[in-house]
Design a protein around this ligand. Sequence first.
Ligand SMILES: Cc1cc2nc3c(=O)[nH]c(=O)nc-3n(C[C@H](O)[C@H](O)[C@H](O)COP(=O)(O)OP(=O)(O)OC[C@H]3O[C@@H](n4cnc5c(N)ncnc54)[C@H](O)[C@@H]3O)c2cc1C
Ligand SMILES: *[C@@H]1O[C@H](CO)[C@@H](O)[C@H](O)[C@H]1NC(C)=O
Ligand SMILES: *[C@@H]1O[C@H](CO)[C@@H](O)[C@H](O)[C@H]1NC(C)=O
Ligand SMILES: *[C@@H]1O[C@H](CO)[C@@H](O)[C@H](O)[C@H]1NC(C)=O
Ligand SMILES: *[C@@H]1O[C@H](CO)[C@@H](O)[C@H](O)[C@H]1NC(C)=O
Ligand SMILES: *[C@@H]1O[C@H](CO)[C@@H](O)[C@H](O)[C@H]1NC(C)=O
Ligand SMILES: *[C@@H]1O[C@H](CO)[C@@H](O)[C@H](O)[C@H]1NC(C)=O
Ligand SMILES: *[C@@H]1O[C@H](CO)[C@@H](O)[C@H](O)[C@H]1NC(C)=O
Ligand SMILES: *[C@@H]1O[C@H](CO)[C@@H](O)[C@H](O)[C@H]1NC(C)=O
Ligand SMILES: *[C@@H]1O[C@H](CO)[C@@H](O)[C@H](O)[C@H]1NC(C)=O
Length: 529
Amino acid sequence: MIMKYIFLFVLLISTGCKSFAVNNYKGLVIRSAMPIDNKTYENWNGEIHFSPNAIFLPSTLQDLINIVKLAKTNDKTIRCAAQGHTISTLSVTENYLVVVTNLTKVTIQNDPKYGWTATAEAGVSLTDFETALRNHDPPLTINSATVYNTLRASGVIATGSHGPITNSSIMPDQLCSMKIVTASGEVREFSKEISESEFNVAKLNLGLLGIIYSATFCVQPMYNLRMNDTFYSINEWLNPKNLKELLDSSDGVEFFYWPFNGFNQSDPKPLDPNRDQIWVKTFVRTDDPASFTQQQLEQSLPNQTQEAIQQYELRRTLIPNPEKTPNVTATLWNGLTSFGNTSFVYQVPDAMHYVVSEESIKLELMEIAFKADPDLSNVVAEYLFIMKTLYDFAGEGKFPLNIFVDFRIIKSTKTLLSNTFDKDPEALYCHIDFVTILDTPSWQEFAQLIAQRAFDQYKAKPHCAKEWEFIPNVDSYLANAFSDQIKQFEQIRAKYDPDKIFFDNKSLQDIFNIALGSQNGEDSNKKKV
Ligand SMILES: Cc1cc2nc3c(=O)[nH]c(=O)nc-3n(C[C@H](O)[C@H](O)[C@H](O)COP(=O)(O)OP(=O)(O)OC[C@H]3O[C@@H](n4cnc5c(N)ncnc54)[C@H](O)[C@@H]3O)c2cc1C
Ligand SMILES: *[C@@H]1O[C@H](CO)[C@@H](O)[C@H](O)[C@H]1NC(C)=O
Ligand SMILES: *[C@@H]1O[C@H](CO)[C@@H](O)[C@H](O)[C@H]1NC(C)=O
Ligand SMILES: *[C@@H]1O[C@H](CO)[C@@H](O)[C@H](O)[C@H]1NC(C)=O
Ligand SMILES: *[C@@H]1O[C@H](CO)[C@@H](O)[C@H](O)[C@H]1NC(C)=O
Ligand SMILES: *[C@@H]1O[C@H](CO)[C@@H](O)[C@H](O)[C@H]1NC(C)=O
Ligand SMILES: *[C@@H]1O[C@H](CO)[C@@H](O)[C@H](O)[C@H]1NC(C)=O
Ligand SMILES: *[C@@H]1O[C@H](CO)[C@@H](O)[C@H](O)[C@H]1NC(C)=O
Ligand SMILES: *[C@@H]1O[C@H](CO)[C@@H](O)[C@H](O)[C@H]1NC(C)=O
Ligand SMILES: *[C@@H]1O[C@H](CO)[C@@H](O)[C@H](O)[C@H]1NC(C)=O
């Protein structure tokens, strides 16, 4: 019985990256804060590569301070990278790139004010952080995390990444405090107690405030989540009432559209959306014991990895033959659903990272977020629109998406630059993540169409760490959409970095220039505020 469950667990895996060793930079031979010349940096999917003036691999706080001082002496700007999974240009610089992956200490404290807290240096991976918490006496956990566990503390914080737990909002909202080496070369602490307005800037700063040295999370005693995977007919189940009921009765709801899953190999024509099912995942806190031991979960990893790579190889055959997409995606869907609906109990981190991480799998991702109607009717409408768009594209022989579209609904945040910022703390935001194999034909055309419609219809905003720079007129759109928040952010940014050491030019600067109405970035579309 257990074997069957583990096999099932294997089948649930479709994408991922598990190995901790990345070689993002070619031929590094470095000592702490010494600069390395003439090296190329490449991000995880290989779409971003550049040769900065120097790449640093610091391992102590003092190294970070020395790098900032060196940059000032040499009149250089600085950008940072952690695990390099960001596929936008956030890390790009012509000057100094600081890769924080060798800052890996974790400390756990029982704080008189907050209870248990855990401090991760910038380069601690989520998996190492969660392991340190799990091995602590008593075992501890964070409440919500990204699907991938190879991502590092400063990377998920700086970009405002999020998991599926509704009340937990974005990961920066789990912080009690953080430390940043700012342009003066000093270490600054940010927390709600010191200054709430500055904390709401520091928590999601896109690297603009300085080098993040550490992030202190408020953590909880370890607990379990029951994770259900249920497959419903879209026609019969998907309506605002059903979705709302599920959201209200769960700690987190994540649901997927898996393209053309109702495609029938024995009856292939025509493609019929009425056969498609929706995959719904729920997370509910429980006192029930975990369904598997840690040892069983670890033992299943090689198989999950193997399965993920096989699925990846199969999907890659679609790049030259996109018209085979319905057959391939439906075949993989039949594997996923072959055991029917399931309900298992996991410790929090194991539920969050329900997909194995596998570094060799290369994807395209775009994620947009918009305010959900209180009854979720716009979320349902968007699901159906995306599905219809994929069928329309198929009608023209185009298959831009071959993995899935992933929906998560979480609460808003007061963190200024988040795409889920809202003054109403109870507002719900829907994140839609589009995931396909790297270099899938028609991907950009599809992604642009979806994004622009969601901008127009719902004032949606993209996840800055995924793909967004290819969306036409996105700079002026975001400058307007974030206008008020950028003005507030800029006051605090300028206080800590008046000379713009951390503000390298490109996408972010263009957006800030337009929002702030500077000469370089005047834009005729700009709304007067
Ligand atoms: C396969 C995959 C799955 C993902 N899943 C999710 C998900 O479930 N939810 C979600 O919200 N996002 C998700 N993302 C997006 C991901 O969380 C972000 O790209 C995150 O930044 C990756 O962390 P990283 O350690 O690779 O950071 P990097 O990509 O290395 O860094 C990101 C940016 O953060 C800044 N930064 C990093 N470290 C520092 C520092 N020490 N000081 C100052 N600035 C710094 C820099 O500007 C840098 O460009 C996913 C991305 C991929 C590729
Ligand atoms: C960085 O960490 C790796 C892995 O622990 C280690 O092998 C390497 O020597 C470190 N590099 C520096 C410059 O500290
Ligand atoms: C430096 O980079 C240039 C251009 O990529 C290359 O031709 C040269 O061989 C590199 N030098 C070293 C020492 O790596
Ligand atoms: C989430 O927060 C709301 C109030 O904001 C509360 O009513 C609800 O019980 C919380 N849900 C959980 C699962 O904690
Ligand atoms: C679907 O793929 C399988 C395996 O490659 C192949 O045998 C079958 O002919 C395909 N069916 C259709 C309808 O394309
Ligand atoms: C697929 O089509 C065949 C032939 O029309 C039919 O017998 C079979 O029931 C269909 N399968 C499903 C799952 O609908
Ligand atoms: C992994 O797969 C192999 C064969 O594919 C099987 O023998 C083994 O039992 C599987 N291991 C687990 C833990 O499921
Ligand atoms: C999964 O659950 C849904 C809702 O209860 C039900 O309609 C469906 O038939 C179930 N699927 C299987 C394979 O049992
Ligand atoms: C999860 O599945 C279990 C077992 O089928 C069921 O009792 C429970 O109500 C389900 N929870 C949700 C939120 O669907
Ligand atoms: C960045 O700005 C400098 C001057 O401030 C300019 O010389 C350089 O071309 C710019 N680089 C990019 C990539 O925009």
